[in-house]
Design a protein around this ligand. Structure first.
Ligand code: PLP
Length: 449
């Protein structure tokens, strides 16, 4: 990987002149020009290499450039690069079969989309058509995608600017003991009170108006809050009681991230619809989808489903999914996430929490961990205010800069850093990352009281 600053400067100049970036004030960003990536690392044109604790946007579950998946994409490109969605195509059929084989319960029909947001859009449309009801209930502290309906359903500041067209979306509080909305002191109390709050919300919205409840099985971007035992089963019961469709969003938590094929597997819960994307093929080619239960598939047995996409089940994306799923199964990648999560990540993060006063809470499972940074451990005041920008966000910016200076690319959201590396990461790489985290947390400590 020879440094080539001139080439990097050209890439950067064209980016700044012509690329309009997501979620950003275009004049205030400074994107790194990336020259290449392999396994758990990527590098720039100046000779700097970074250990990637972000998996991109939590999607490269098998790491960068896995040779078997790259070869499968090349082979598919050589034989059938693309084909229209109305035909039966080998790569699409096989991807659907492999996914359905792993999804919980009777989620055996797969509707393919291009990514996570459109999977959420279609799941909600299916639920509304299936029930004939208008409303969707979703959680504060959630992310479901950037398209109109998906962003309205989202429970973080990214939805605010788009709430002018949010008809039928109602938010509620899901359990999160560290910052309990229910004055709970135990997981049991948090679970019972969150379920009571949800049932009251349904009652006051009118049970006959609610088409769906959508939840991330383990909320990701909003803070990796593993739900207490019994919560998702309780939501399942409420959905059955009121005839509401239960949608689990596994776009981030699915495909091995939590140490099981799907996060729902930790809880033994079967939703009516389940969305996926990202890890299905590690984002090598854009792909998402909805896994559909028998009951909802029947609704569209004789009646056409009013929705579709030109690239639904794109052969190149599906071939990447087939290769990814096979590689994950044959190389024990989900097991690696579970084992290293329990044996290396959890004890490593707990040791960092002991040493650093800025660490308020550590939580997660598998390769899906959040470290919550606070000004004060007693009051739990976040290190930066909710949705802080500019000067108010300086302590988190300083933390991130320190991590990068030590060769670690960290995932940062508000007052948290998430440890979400590829599931293929090794113990030695994790330890290298934890040394960099240790140094960066010392910088965060300077901002505590
Ligand atoms: N749902 C969840 C839980 C996600 O984490 C994301 C993306 O981060 C999405 C949906 C949206 O997926 P996409 O960005 O592929 O549209």
């Amino acid at each position: 990987h020879q440094p080539n600053p001139e080439a990097g400067a050209a890439v950067k100049a064209a980016d700044r002149a012509h690329v309009f970036h997501s979620w950003s004030a275009q004049d205030l960003i400074d994107p790194l020009a990336v020259a290449g990536a392999e396994g758990s690392y990527f590098w720039d044109y100046d000779g700097n290499r970074y250990l990637d604790f972000t998996s991109g946007l939590v999607f490269t579950n098998i790491g960068y450039q896995h040779p078997r998946v790259v070869a499968a994409i090349q082979e598919q490109a050589a034989t059938m690069t693309t084909f229209a969605p109305a035909f039966a195509v080998e790569a699409r059929s096989e991807a659907a079969r492999l996914i359905a084989e792993r999804t919980p319960g009777d989620l055996d029909k797969i509707f393919f989309t291009n990514g996570g947001a459109d999977a959420v859009e279609h799941a909600v449309r299916m639920a509304r058509l299936h029930t004939g009801r208008p409303k969707v209930l979703s959680a504060y502290r959630s992310y479901h995608g950037g398209s109109q309906q998906a962003v309205n359903i989202t429970g973080d500041p990214r939805r605010w600017a788009s709430d002018t067209a949010s008809a039928g979306v109602v938010h509620f509080w899901a359990p999160f003991l560290y910052r309990s909305r229910f004055y709970a002191e135990t997981e049991e109390q948090e679970c019972a009170r969150a379920l009571e709050h949800l049932e009251t919300t349904i009652a006051f919205e009118g049970p006959g108006t609610v088409a769906a409840i959508i939840l991330e099985s383990i909320p990701g971007t909003a803070g990796i809050m593993v739900p207490p035992p019994g919560y998702l089963a309780g939501v399942r019961e409420l959905c059955d009681k009121y005839g509401i469709v239960f949608i689990l969003d596994e776009v981030m938590a699915g495909f091995g991230r939590t140490g099981e094929w799907f996060a729902a597997d930790h809880f033994g819960v079967v939703p009516d619809l389940m969305t996926f994307a990202k890890g299905v093929n590690s984002g090598y080619v854009p792909l998402g989808g909805v896994a559909i239960s028998e009951k909802i598939a029947e609704t569209f047995g004789k009646r056409p489903y009013p929705g579709g996409l030109t690239y639904s089940g794109h052969p190149l994306a599906c071939a990447a999914a087939v290769a990814t799923i096979n590689v994950m199964a044959e190389e024990g990648i989900v097991d690696n996430a579970r084992r290293l999560g329990a044996e290396v990540v959890e004890p490593g993060l707990r040791a960092l929490a002991e040493r650093h006063p800025s660490v308020g809470d550590v939580r997660g499972t598998g390769m899906f961990w959040a470290v919550e940074l606070v000004k004060n451990r007693e009051t739990r005041e976040p290190l930066v205010p909710y949705n802080a920008t500019g000067e108010a966000n300086a302590p988190m910016a300083a933390f991130a800069a320190a991590a990068k200076a030590h060769g670690l690319w960290p995932f940062v959201n508000m007052n948290r850093t998430h440890v979400v590396p590829p599931l293929t990461i090794t113990e030695a790489e994790l330890k290298e990352g934890f040394q960099a985290l240790d140094a960066a947390l010392s910088v965060a400590d300077e901002h505590t009281e």
